[in-house]
Design a protein around this ligand. Sequence first.
Ligand code: 4AZ
Length: 829
Amino acid sequence: MENQDSDSRLDCCSSFISNISVQVVSAPGKLPGRRPPRKPISRAKPKKQLNKKAPFWNVQNKIILFTVFLFILAVTAWTLLWLYIRETESRDAFYFAGMFRITNIEFLPEYRQKESREFLSVARTVQQVINLVYTTSAFSRFYRQSVVADVSSNNKGGLLVHFWLVFVMPHAKGHVFCEDCVAAILKDSIQTSVVNRTSVGKLQGLAVDMDSVVLNAGLRSDYSSTIGSDKGCSRDFYADHLSLRYPLEVSTTSGRLTCHFKLVATAGHLIRFSVESVQIEADNCVTDSLTIYDSLLPIRSTVLYRICEPARTLKSFVSTNNLMLVTFKSPQAWRLSGIRAYFEVIPEQKCENTVLVKEITGFEGKISSPYYPSYYPPKCKCTWKFQSPLSTLGIALKFHNYSITKKSVRGCDHGWWEINEHMYCGSYMDHQTIFRVPSSLVHIQLQCSSRLSDKPLLVEYGSYNISQPCPVGSFRCSSGFCVPLAQRCDGVNDCFDESDELFCGTLQPACNASSFRRHSALTCDGFPDCEDGRDERDCTRGIPCNNRTFKCGNDVCIRKQNAKCDGNVDCPDGSDEEGCSCSSSSPTLHRIIGGTDTREGGWPWQVSLHFVGSAYCGASVISREWLLSAAHCFHGSRLSDPTPWTAHLGMYVQGSAKFVSPVRRIVVHEYYNSQTFDYDIALLQLRVAWPEALKQLIQPICIPPAGQKVHSGEKCWVTGWGRRHEADNKGSPVLQQAEVELIDQTLCVSTYGIITSRMLCAGVMSGKKDACRGDSGGPLSCRRKSDGKWILTGIVSWGHGCGRPNFPGVYTRVSNFVPWIHKYVPSLL
Ligand code: 4AZ
């Protein structure tokens, strides 16, 4: 039956799986309206004269008229009443989307046709069972109906039924309907048997798999658009060709667009959905989004991935079953919005391997996450066994942009690794790390721990000498790498994590890798000033500049890397630092724990971020519409939504801002780690750019040059409206400032231990001067001696208490994030 049907689908696919191109052009009244034909002016005909005129107001006519009047009145009253009931019902209605698997009914291809007798019959049966469950429950008063939306095959057998539930709670007035209770009623009605030890139980006459039950609150708009008759741009696709790419394109130039694409493959396969480009308004998915679900209805807990901003790089996602829902929403499109994507049917892959590594040390092969290079689906499990030929050789794993650390009491967010019975948690990084297992037999298990699809993982493996992981004459970095001893303390981050630059003396040779670049007189002037000639090495005088080089005013090309406006004069003629618009030295220079009141206008880049009307965090103005703050201010689903946030600029006393703007978008660093506060940085885009007229009171602060080293002992300022004492329960009404000292990184590491190269410490070792709660996200501003410009050296991040002796404040080291900032704020360049 199944095969017959797939053959017929094979023929039909080319006709119904084609590019969808929905062009919505809102141009009302473009077509000239047709005028009604004019009535010919007729000549007046002589009217027949009635001989006898019957009186109109006779009794009979009166009765007829009265009856008609009563009828019209009744119909109007009935319509109004019906509209009223419908309106109040829909206002107080709650929608739930769910699914479960029925194991005792076989799938029939006819179930795909919603009008077929077979679909209607099974839908009616399921609806009756659900109705019985809820009409006999504690929520029977509120229960209205269930609607079966889809009945599909699936890789576990039987039927997968997707349905909506509707509840009406009169006068709910913003109350939420207990989602867990609704789900619990359904689950508790499934009677499983302890004897059988399976997850399948009885739900009235249906055999339902308990583990398959998912039920979440849903949106009314999703309910209407998934079951309504007006399908708009929504489509259902059935695909069974393994090596075919089925294109999926939608676009609109204006108007609203909400499309649900249901993708179903033949049972036993998976769907891989690849997005080539997305054009949407970037607003954290508040209005515009592309959401990929591991189900056929928009069920929240089955979300595989959400794209909330325009993207042009290929990303692909794999389902865990033979179905997927892709929802594209762009309800207020005012310019081109749409997606270009395709999907494929792929076989399920096993994720296990046994590897015999070679006797020669070094990396020799690769393992990867399932379905690499696609994002890997949740609920995966991989096992790898490695064996080295000698007991003196261990197994080295080189993780690309990823790292594993010992698992703490908390769960893992991005992969749970068991290596020879030890547990580790994985997290994404911006550099490679090496993990060595000093054993010749290594058993590794990876379990996906993220609720969503996760970024693809690539791991190189090989053997290493257990007694000497790093060759003689090399230094072992914290990231596991070995670098030649000569590269230690040379000012270059050779280890990826800067551990080769820790515990170094503060004096750097004049011509070392980083310092010579600051001497404009030395670089690219045609004369090798450094012994090794490195001051002339990256210059290409007379050669046309390419996209990796920057053209100085005097026709010299220098390596582009952050040349323009990085605060360092890289060009011999200084042209790379001309016309840069961030804060010049503030004319009002007068200027927390141990702090003093600031002068009004003294810190014109200081921002107060309010969450639902209350001061919550600080931030710094870096351009007309972008602020820089700390990622931890936006951790969690409520805090990461930009809607409740407002930014208060040009403010001195809380509540008296010169300019207030809602926040359009929050970009939290993708490697932010909520356990270690690593990568604690976020960008905020204002909905309204601050007006030029306020530039006396609002000014951006300069971003430091990429990789700029800080000097311990340098004096900087921390500012904010946070608490003035650790025990206070509210912040300061007046902006506070405190002068703090940059602390040597080695000392910072020995104080806290868990200091990464993305952090720096500042304070006074005697305590008393520090940031505290409420100051988070605010600036650590340092004045550059060479030109008097204020540089955003740090962002208030964390610390042990506030103002405690020997526990300085910990700040995000902004110079490590310059390319990341430029990715979102290119106008800063
Ligand atoms: C906080 O909770 C916080 N003393 C910020 C900074 C410091 C401590 C706590 C540093 O926002």
